[in-house]
Design a protein around this ligand. Sequence first.
Ligand code: SF4
Ligand code: SF4
Length: 143
Amino acid sequence: MCPYARFQSAMFDKDTMIITYDPERGEPRGPRSRKADPKALGMGDCVDCEICVHVCPTGIDIRKGLQYDCIGCAACIDGCNQVMDRMGYPRGLIRYTTENALAMKLDRPAIVRRVLRPRVLVYTAILLAVTLALFGHWRCVRR
Ligand code: SF4
Ligand code: SF4
């Protein structure tokens, strides 16, 4: 019944910071030995252990892309980073990033520059105004 996820998805665009799986780095997925070189096997970094799915409180497979059920808890990031550590691969196969950053291979400063754009500032101003109005209403009710 909670409209949070749908409300949130209405405010998304391709520069919104989201938790996402990097398919270019992860695919083709599949199990392999810790000593194997994934590049030599023609594989990506995802070992298909499904830990990201098992730790997800809403049962999402983040590898299938952005889904409105995602509550942004980041449990899949932590789970996958532990697997990457055990395999000796770099962390961040699942990470905070944007759709544009993945598509255009943007670095961190470029992501931040695109995240801080007019619509974010407008939403922040609206949220601040609503918060102040509610606070003012609460003070009136208390008197
Ligand atoms: S936890 Fe990481 S390595 Fe394991 S299935 Fe998920 S994305 Fe692949
Ligand atoms: S952020 Fe949380 S809810 Fe979203 S896919 Fe990852 S574990 Fe699931």
